[in-house]
Design a protein around this ligand. Structure first.
Ligand code: M6P
Ligand code: ZN
Length: 187
């Protein structure tokens, strides 16, 4: 039997960086078609800001093993809609996931394949359980980076397809200075 080596790493709780992790950067240009206000999207695209960064420690895609990653989701809006991660189902749809809030303010939109949506607010210390089959997207509703840790099965995979096409049935927007979760007019 070949055993893997255990690993301990310290997440920088101010920046979200995991030393030695693989870094992924998503700019606004990588999120074409994701925000409802297309005019506001094109306008902000001139600056093409970084929307989020992911620092991931990933294993081979085998059942029983675990991956983990921090996400640094920057504050910002496209029109009224707060910045968010793409959002995905798992390729192995029955795989669950755990999120843990580290810094900043935001929340998670979850959705079943039938379109039933849930919104869960996240603060530092909040644990969110993503059950099997639910799509999940995080949203920064604050004015500083929203940082959280995700732990997920190594064989879960990411299925972006249907979220890319249709989005979520709910939008998280700012209206009169308040965070509101409203129906997506394009759903
Ligand atoms: C979390 C995890 C990752 C995911 C990342 C960004 O860190 O769920 O698996 O990649 O968020 O989310 P997305 O892939 O939807 O852009
Ligand atoms: Zn996931």
């Amino acid at each position: 039997m070949e055993y893997k080596n255990p690993l301990g790493v310290d997440i920088d709780l101010e920046t979200g960086v995991i030393p030695g992790a693989k870094k992924l950067v998503r700019r606004l240009g990588d999120l074409k078609g994701y925000f409802v206000d297309e005019k506001a999207y094109e306008e902000l695209l001139k600056e093409n800001p970084v929307v989020y960064e992911v620092y991931a420690i990933e294993q081979e895609e085998k059942d029983g093993d675990l991956n983990f990653a921090t996400t640094v989701l920057y504050p910002g809006k496209v029109g009224k809609e707060f910045f968010f991660t793409k959002g995905h189902y798992h390729s192995k749809a029955d795989r669950a996931e755990i999120y843990y809030g580290i810094k900043g303010k935001g929340g998670m939109l979850l959705q079943t394949p039938e379109g039933k949506a849930e919104w869960i607010e996240m603060r530092p210390g909040t644990v969110v359980y993503v059950p099997p089959y639910w799509a999940h997207r995080t949203v920064n509703t604050g004015d500083e980076p929203f940082i959280f840790l995700a732990i997920y099965p190594a064989d879960a995979g990411h299925d972006y397809g249907s979220i890319k096409e249709k989005g979520f049935s709910k939008l998280v927007i700012e209206e009169n200075g308040e965070v509101r979760v409203v129906d997506n007019p394009k759903w």
